[in-house]
Design a protein around this ligand. Sequence first.
Ligand SMILES: NC(=O)c1ccc[n+]([C@@H]2O[C@H](COP(=O)([O-])OP(=O)(O)OC[C@H]3O[C@@H](n4cnc5c(N)ncnc54)[C@H](OP(=O)(O)O)[C@@H]3O)[C@@H](O)[C@H]2O)c1
Length: 298
Amino acid sequence: MKKLYGVIGYPVAHSLSPVFQQAALESLGLDAAYVPFEIPPDRLNGALQALEILGVEGFNVTLPHKETISGLIASQDRVSRLVGAVNTVSRRPEGWSGANTDVPGFRTAFRLFVEKKIKKELFHPIVLGAGGSSRSVVFALREEGFRRMTLVNRSPGKARALLDSLFPGPEKEGIFVLSLEEFSEKGTGEGDILINALSREAFPESFHVLEGVDCSGIKGFFDLSYRPDGLPTAFLKAGSDRKIPGEDGLGMLLEQGALSFEIWTGHPAPRAVMAEALHRKLGRSLSFDPDFSGRRGD
Ligand SMILES: NC(=O)c1ccc[n+]([C@@H]2O[C@H](COP(=O)([O-])OP(=O)(O)OC[C@H]3O[C@@H](n4cnc5c(N)ncnc54)[C@H](OP(=O)(O)O)[C@@H]3O)[C@@H](O)[C@H]2O)c1
């Protein structure tokens, strides 16, 4: 029988995951389909039961379900428990099992960006945003060995709450919190890379929070967001206006999806096929090498 995989979110029509996951399944000759399921927040519990009855083998989780799904599944891996966000769910005999591939996906994409486009050691990332994906980013940066960081958010209280839940002990020493206004006034300080984890609605056309901000110490602009049309995001345009190298979230998207694919199927993900499918859909090449072999975050 055909195996069924998918992505749940609300909305979900914009998701690029079906594009490259379906290509990956077909390239390995697997009789399977990957489909989007639009599930409103108040229907999540019922939807999980329906997906189980329908025989779905596994699915990705996107906004707004990444955090709430934790309380509704049978088990979770270490990283998703520590981070408090699940983006990959698999069918197990005891029920749905959650994992977080955003953390290793970010680590790999970020590491490749630094190795290939920055080529310098970094010491102090500035993370814009304190939502679900910032949790994965801050956790991943600590695992990458960064001791100092700055978190910038519209609601600084949410950033502090994020740190308290991620690092309940003294591990949060060296992580500073600024509001967007304080950041605009103080500038980038000792920060040497900007990582944007704000939702795209925050600054859709122009990244005005950086207007007039001295970015001379910044060596790279790394954006978790990407545009469905493949064009540069407002954040990356702010970087390229200053002649600072940048990378959008397509590399992270691809790598987190490749890791989900491997969890579900047990096969190495055909990353070059996945990248080619994205390239065809967006009409542009990805700016990174999809052959991540031997250089993955773990
Ligand atoms: N490439 C990938 O694989 C990947 C993976 C995960 C996420 N992402 C992308 O990362 C981005 C963030 O995702 P998320 O899940 O973290 O979103 P989220 O949980 O909704 O976080 C939203 C963040 O944006 C801020 N924000 C929202 N509207 C704003 C506004 N009008 N002005 C200023 N700040 C505003 C929020 O600030 P407050 O806290 O003050 O509300 C919060 O910090 C999305 O674009 C998503 O597509 C990409």
